[in-house]
Design a protein around this ligand. Structure first.
Ligand SMILES: [Zn+2]
Length: 104
């Protein structure tokens, strides 16, 4: 039994000819459907999710030089920097609030 192109679509990822119900709708596409079947899309978003969860939150904001340091080491660096600023004549008296809470 032959299937017509109107009822099936070939997934551009896995190459399988599948019924149109196996594809999610996509407004901008010519035929109104995604290029990949639901299964391939699902796999892809799982992989994407996995990749996202491996990456620590706010990684794009973190300083690569400090990323490998432990919180204690970073605090130690901050203290060193404050000492350096004081040595240069900067006065933080009454202006800098230093709050520290580290759970290890
Ligand atoms: Zn597929």
């Amino acid at each position: 039994m032959e299937t017509t192109t109107t009822t099936t679509k070939t997934c551009s990822k896995c190459g399988q000819e599948l019924p149109l119900t196996s594809f999610y709708p996509k407004k901008r596409a010519k035929d109104g459907l995604q290029y990949w079947c639901k299964e391939c899309q699902g796999k892809r978003s799982k992989e994407y999710y996995k990749a996202k969860t491996i990456t620590p939150p706010h990684s794009e904001l973190s300083n690569p030089e400090l990323a490998s340091l432990q919180p204690r080491e970073i605090i130690a660096q901050i203290k060193t920097l404050i000492k350096e600023l004081r040595a240069r004549g900067y006065n933080y008296e009454g202006k800098l609030t230093y709050l520290q809470e580290i759970k290890l």
